[in-house]
Design a protein around this ligand. Structure first.
Ligand SMILES: [Zn+2]
Length: 337
């Protein structure tokens, strides 16, 4: 069983931990119409980010119920792509236009190197639909000066910066010494806790250490976060959900040999699910082998809707509402368009 992973990684082994812990989320999901105010009542609501920034967070006025919302959030949000990568340089405007034409209303371009944040930021500044994060990918955490919490907090004040990361652990490639990667992961957690901005977590073949750090850090004080391009085991998914995290699925969930991942996706509560591309990597079926791009998030969303037994529209409404709730600094869809 093989599957590729992100940030320029070669093919890797999907670990198939089937340790069925008690299925905390066995309860049947309310497949019926999603009423946002109802879901909002049961979900952790992160405090508006504390960092004063011109793009002031939305007022706390309750959003319209699903009727108005569904029209707005039939758009999808690609919560993880790398638009600053050279793969897109020749046709970035066309790539973003294609995504919009397919109903992708927002794209979050993810930082991987702190010294390259200027480039990431420039893409977000150039396109109203694009937002960004700031942080150091675990592959590179040993290659550059260690970020400080203060530096991450300060850089995240940029109005288009809506999150921290990607940061975390990757024991599949083990590019960085594990203790270095763990230390830098925790630095990003502290910045997320301080700012109230969500941390985009990259974790691969590091389920136990990732779970241990999440539990330990959540014990020190809550912080918003998500596990991106989820390919880990069921136990880590359950721990993350218990701690209030969101789980994002990439094109991997469409791969023939990813049945175990589809089983996990089936059990992730709809109100904690996000979709992403991790473009230019991991193009979903039917685009496998091609350069991935935000427009292809539609194909991953369609498969997730089938897995959840709901319509593509309901999946779009739910995942977009989730993304706007988690990335609460990002203006609602009709605000900036
Ligand atoms: Zn990643």
């Amino acid at each position: 069983m093989t599957v590729s992973n992100d940030a320029g990684d070669a093919k890797g082994e999907l670990h198939s931990q089937q340790n069925i812990a008690p299925r905390i989320f066995a309860a049947k999901e309310p497949e019926a119409k999603i009423c946002v105010s109802a879901t909002r009542a049961i979900l952790p609501r992160w405090p508006k980010h504390v960092v004063e920034s011109p793009a002031a967070p939305r007022t706390s006025a309750p959003r319209p119920c699903h009727v108005a919302l569904s029209r707005q959030s039939l758009m999808l949000i690609d919560t993880h792509c790398h638009l600053d990568f050279p793969d897109f340089a020749p046709e970035l405007a066309e790539t973003i236009a294609r995504a919009k034409a397919r109903g992708v209303g927002r794209m979050i371009t993810i930082s991987t190197h702190l010294p390259r944040f200027e480039r990431v930021k420039a893409v977000a500044e150039a396109y109203p639909e694009v937002f960004c994060t700031v942080g150091t990918h675990p592959h590179h955490s040993h290659e550059e000066a260690e970020p400080t919490v203060e530096a991450l907090v300060s850089l995240s004040r940029h109005p288009k910066c809506v999150g921290l990361g990607e940061a975390g652990l990757d024991y599949h490639y083990d590019h960085a010494p594990r203790e270095v990667a763990q230390r830098i992961f925790r630095i990003h957690v502290r910045a997320a806790r301080e700012t109230g901005l969500p941390l985009v977590i990259h974790t691969r073949d590091a389920d136990d250490d990732c779970a241990a750090i999440l539990k330990d850090e959540m014990g020190k004080g809550a912080f918003p976060a998500l596990l991106h391009c989820f390919t880990s085991g069921r136990a880590l998914a359950e721990t993350a959900l218990q701690l209030g995290l969101y789980i994002s699925f990439s094109g991997v969930v469409t791969f023939k040999n990813a049945e175990y991942l589809r089983e996990i996706a089936r059990d992730v509560p709809l109100e904690r699910m996000l979709v992403e591309t991790d473009a230019p990597f991991l193009a979903p079926a039917p685009h496998r082998g091609k350069r991935n791009e935000p427009a292809f998030v539609v194909d991953t969303a369609r498969v997730l809707a089938e897995i959840k037994g709901i319509s593509a529209a309901e999946l779009a409404i739910a995942t977009t509402e989730n993304a706007l709730r988690l990335f609460s600094k990002m203006p609602s869809l009709d605000a900036a368009a």
